[in-house]
Design a protein around this ligand. Sequence first.
Ligand SMILES: Nc1ncnc2c1ncn2[C@@H]1O[C@H](COP(=O)(O)OP(=O)(O)OP(=O)(O)O)[C@@H](O)[C@H]1O
Ligand SMILES: [Mg+2]
Length: 235
Amino acid sequence: MSNYIELKKISQSFNTNDATITLFNDLNLVISQGESYAITGPSGAGKSSLLMLISGLEEPTSGQGIYVDVEQKKTLKELRNDIGFIFQQFHLLPELTALNNVALPLKLRGDKNAMAKAKVWLDKVGLAHRVDHKPSELSGGEQQRVAIARALVFEPKFIFADEPTGNLDQKSATEIANILFTCCQENNAALVLVTHSETLAARAQHKYLLADRQLNQTVSPSDLDTNNIVQVASC
Ligand SMILES: Nc1ncnc2c1ncn2[C@@H]1O[C@H](COP(=O)(O)OP(=O)(O)OP(=O)(O)O)[C@@H](O)[C@H]1O
Ligand SMILES: [Mg+2]
């Protein structure tokens, strides 16, 4: 049995000056290592907020999120060492070059080969020619690729990606999706995607729709076609 994250009866709401915004109530979800998940839904439904709760980066208003490691008991803080997060707004460090942004998670873990590994990853996401550029010197799509390399460089057990192909053209989006799904397969990692792209969502093993404060599992046409298994490049 694999490690998993379990959300039990999670509710999330925000108090603003004039109203309380309730995103969802009593939501249950299990994310298992080695499996891929896609969450779609209208803008403002709460997808990014839900991703922050699943990854343990934020606390729900009520309910419980647990990380079950089948071999040892772990705290949510330890889950933090096992997650790679690609934020919708990238959150790259503006003063660091692309190379140093990608190397940072490895350096924080004391990896002596941080720079060499970061270079390999920038190459994988097609940015070998931009290693010395700072985020302000990169296009939106290029910043997205740096953010993806930074999230994957230390081979995390759980990968969270908020609109990972949102700023990319069709060809680049397919390349990046290939990298994400391959990493998930080769490292036995969980991949949790939030996306508005039906094409990207269809590649995940488990698909959910977040709308009207409810999270429901959905089936895409490709699920019915057993020959539709996408072959992807090496991670
Ligand atoms: N810290 C906060 N305080 C108050 N309201 C918030 C907070 N965070 C999110 N919200 C509100 O919760 C709602 C859901 O936001 P969220 O960013 O999760 O949506 P989303 O589904 O990711 O949308 P999109 O597809 O546009 O990225 C929005 O109406 C947003 O204004
Ligand atoms: Mg969002």
